[in-house]
Design a protein around this ligand. Structure first.
Ligand code: HEC
Length: 87
């Protein structure tokens, strides 16, 4: 009984958090899943330049992150959801 409930809740937690583990993980989850589902972030790959623009746009929308945190988020997104420029 307890085991099933535990399994179900850890599955739900995984479904709600598609982001790979990394030092910046908690920051990205906190800053980038407040307004929309995280899948909004993970759906498409972008170049570093595109991610930089997207993060700036999200900050305009009201995302709460310092400049240093935005740098960390950018590094994370480029690492896991980047694509080479020009493709
Ligand atoms: C204050 C609310 C808010 C927060 C926080 C937020 N977003 Fe968004 N996001 C939006 C809104 C509103 C849209 C849809 C309108 C648009 O595209 O600008 C959106 C759309 C998007 C899109 C799809 C549209 C596109 O331009 O490709 C991506 C990708 C995205 N957000 C990524 C992020 C990332 C990464 C973060 C964390 C740095 C983040 N969002 C945090 C409000 C937010």
């Amino acid at each position: 009984m307890g085991g099933i409930a535990l399994a179900a809740s850890s599955l739900a937690a995984q479904a709600a958090d598609p982001f790979p583990q990394a030092p910046e993980h908690d920051l990205v989850v906190r800053v980038c899943s407040g307004c929309h589902v995280p899948e909004m972030v993970t759906a498409k790959r972008h170049t570093a330049e595109e991610w930089d623009d997207i993060i700036a746009k999200m900050v305009d929308h009201g995302a709460q992150a310092t400049d240093a945190q935005q740098e960390q988020i950018l590094a994370y997104l480029v690492r896991f959801y980047g694509k080479p420029a020009g493709s």
